[in-house]
Design a binder for this molecule. Sequence first.
Ligand code: 4AD
Ligand code: MG
Length: 436
Amino acid sequence: MSAPRVRIADIARHDGQIVSIAGWLYNLRRSGKICFPLVRDGSGIIQCVAVKANLPEELFEQLKDLTQESSLIVTGKVRAEARAHGGFELDVESAEILQRVSESDPYPITPKDHGIDFLMDHRHLWLRSKRQVAIMRIRHEVIKAIRDYFDGQGFTLVDTPIFTPAACEGTTTLFEVNYFDEEKLYLAQSGQLYNEANAMALGKVYCFGPTFRAEKSKTRRHLTEFWMVEPEMAYATLEDVKALAEGLVVYCVGRVLENRRPELEALERDVKKLESVQAPFPRMSYDDAVKILQGKGSEITWGGDFGNTDETLLTQEMDRPVIVDRYPSEIKAFYFQPDESNDKLALGVDVIAPEGYGEIIGGGQRIHDPELLLRRLKEHDLPPEAFNWYMDLRKYGSVPHGGFGMGVERFVAWMCGTEHIRECIAYPRMLYRTRP
Ligand code: 4AD
Ligand code: MG
């Protein structure tokens, strides 16, 4: 009878049993008549103990000289070992080596330090490292938490198209696509416009997919392809949007803390900085934020957009994100509802994360008046024909409504404490990076 195949993550349930683990050689230590293959299987890492006296000679020799990332299935007895990482070891009884990585062409990523360009060029292999696995697990948790949050509050997931005929977030960051040589389309910058239609059909909706921006900026916060979740609510005001955004952030941070402690530990993340992320978040207007920034020595003047340094400065003494609203309409997209008391201000809101992670959420209340919307399209030089269907939403039962977008990679970078968001998506696309 062959031993049952188990995952390293579940090993505690098999103490004292003979099991098989299918994985890859992560590392190897040897000392004379014993060798210790460290095996990873994607769910975890376990130290195996191979004793020369207990194994066929040939197998011991094979294991002792096994090369990094060779694939193998090891069978042996699980033994609790307090000193072992993960609390268990496996006493090897047999092993099958599926592929031995050749010494003449060894696995390129060794435990020594490699430069970031080298690692990025080998992203398809780099993903196997402990740190990258931890980041991908946290990303998975964040995505699941986002969906649970919205699903639990009566939102319906409605996916929006990626080939789109019109801009949403300004024409300077559009990726153009030749659509059968007959028509020019753009890759979606946001699902928002379609979300607005969907919200009028279903009340509360969200879309969750890849988003594209031809960002020429080479910063640690910008990708050209990123994932964004965008909720949209009918009969909603700016205040509703702010409350929803705050609730989402608190919930997702809580879920990461609840379910991903080992990963946070592997990343050496200071969890106290996440534990303090509780409601209510401080709230301020753009006007106030500009004054605070000027007081801190920023050169920003009223009407300017916050740069990375401004966002970092603004949250410097804060232990949780800050919610900033009412930005100058001039620096915002065409669709923002103006503030009733000052029509130079847009009812837009950003949530800015602490520790230098910057804007993680942007959104606001949309224009519901058809005349104003048409005027704004013209002011922004957008072709009204492409927005005919969007104008229909203002003709047939128009209501105040709003929503926001949260960038998954920015959120994950904050959770993981990574220097750059490129590590928070499996295959990052940036200004100078399109491979692998
Ligand atoms: O502030 P943005 O541009 O807002 C929108 O797209 C709205 N239409 C969303 C909505 O109201 N439905 O983008 C929203 C968020 C940002 O706060 C940021 O987290 C992320 O998307 N984001 C990026 N993430 C990575 N790389 C980029 N180039 C990003 N641009 C925006
Ligand atoms: Mg924004």
